[in-house]
Design a protein around this ligand. Structure first.
Ligand code: SAH
Length: 208
């Protein structure tokens, strides 16, 4: 886990247009290699998605940073993440805001993530083994929601769990996917198309 690689990663993200200093600092501090299997520790600094087991992937650093930046996070925010996966994105959110709730449908990945987040002493995180299509109603409303798997269509439950003024980033589509930024304005939702992306699907139904 070399600090040189972590620093290079931050420099590359800056060159790619990521400006938020708090995000760049948090990315520098979180050892990315700690969230992937040993066989991928070198490759995890490249601009590519990394397999994390169970057919799932950790997104390339640029898209993780970009999605986080779009949420406009503040220190007092309560954030919901759908798709804990490796826990890397969860760790980043935990560094930036007050409380992170993260939902994952694959138990094995959730356990690994719990272990990693504990080791890094990130205690402002609560994880749940459940279907992300439902969100996490008991903890709503959220200041921000980040969905890290592609939904076939807009999950209505998630829209309802966003507080007024809150933001959600979500990849939408099957095959061709587009990253959308949703802002809640009273009972209305503003939708902005950000860029083409490639995520694993947000699976509906039975847990694993
Ligand atoms: N944020 C993750 C990315 C993981 S990939 C990271 O930083 O590593 C997307 C994750 O979404 C996978 O772990 C997958 O199991 C999970 N997922 C897919 N459908 C889901 C659903 N309906 N509810 C909760 N999690 C889901």
């Amino acid at each position: 886990m070399s600090k040189i690689e972590q620093r290079r990663l931050v420099q590359r993200l800056q060159a790619q247009g990521i400006k938020d200093q708090a995000i760049l600092q948090a990315i520098y501090e979180i050892p990315r290699a700690f969230f992937v299997e040993e066989a991928f520790t070198r490759r995890c600094y490249e601009n590519m998605a990394i397999p994390i087991g169970e057919g799932q992937t950790l997104s390339q650093p640029y898209i993780v940073a970009r999605m986080t930046e779009l949420l406009g996070l503040q220190a007092e925010h309560h954030v919901l993440e759908i798709g804990t996966g490796s826990g890397y994105q969860t760790a980043l959110l935990a560094k930036l805001c007050h409380k992170v709730y993260s939902v994952e449908r694959i138990k094995k990945l959730q356990w690994q993530a719990i272990h990693r987040l504990k080791k890094l002493e990130l205690h402002n995180v609560q994880l749940r083994h459940a279907d992300g299509w439902e969100g996490w109603k008991a903890k709503a409303p959220f200041d921000a929601i980040m969905v890290t798997a592609a939904a076939e269509n807009m999950p209505i439950e998630l829209l309802q769990q966003l507080r007024d003024g809150g933001r959600m980033v979500i990849p939408i589509g099957v095959g061709n996917q587009i990253l959308q930024l949703i802002t809640r304005i009273g009972d209305r939702y503003r939708v902005e198309n950000i860029e083409d992306v490639k995520f694993v699907p947000l699976v509906a139904g039975e847990l694993q």
